[in-house]
Write a protein that binds this ligand. Sequence first.
Ligand SMILES: O=C(O)c1ccccc1NCC(=O)[C@H](O)[C@H](O)COP(=O)(O)O
Length: 260
Amino acid sequence: MNILDKITLDKRNEVTLRKSLIPTSQLEQSVLFERQTISLVNNLRHSKSGIIAEHKRRSPSKSVINNGLNVQDVAKGYEDAGVCGMSVLTDGKYFGGSLDDLLTARASCNLPLLRKEFIIDEYQILEAKAHGADVILLIAAILSRDEIKLFSEFAKGLNLDVLLEVHNEEELYKSVMPSLDMLGVNNRNLKTFEVSLETSKSLSSIIPDDFVKVSESGISNIEAIKELRPYGYQGFLIGENFMKTDNPGESATEFIKSLL
Ligand SMILES: O=C(O)c1ccccc1NCC(=O)[C@H](O)[C@H](O)COP(=O)(O)O
């Protein structure tokens, strides 16, 4: 069983439990449910850096990255650095995140926030909206085409942007549809955890121009971004490179300064 299968299996049990504890009507009554969302895709279209900076305490590939930070400082630091958006991992078991992290990030900055989660149920999209997210992630490797259509249309109905993540050609061909805003290529091989920018480069030409292209994972220097831009990438999702430092906001500031 690969890591995504394991995560998805656990997620199904987790979502069943969460649904039994908090009814959808309660999520829909959250004050944040009525808030006007901020579009990440618009920011990326007009940005010079295209950086989406992530809050990530640990991961299956790296175990601990950084447990000593608070979300508020990280969110404010990223906003001051001038990133386009912030990604907040909300999975607890594998990434050490939570919906509280999303809520804290929402209270701390005005950046578009991506709920970085393994979405397998519409309920998680309602949770995202109720906790201040502007964007959801859908992962093609764990969803059928029908599920991608259902979840992306549901998210668009809530004024959320949709980032669809693929790892290969097959996932890309299966997923392309008008209810997506951004197509993300994940450079991390989930069997070996190796990262290679070649994945983004090789898939770029088959991503239709209607979508903003985002390269995800393993971006650790500005040279990577300079290499990826000629392939049409406008968004760059960076986690570990910032989070492994004592001050992710400062690292993002330095990174963006040397990029522009
Ligand atoms: O990061 C992992 O080890 C991982 C393992 C299995 C599924 C997903 C995983 N990561 C989620 C992400 O997409 C990354 O956190 C994100 O792209 C940032 O990557 P990085 O800059 O390499 O931290």
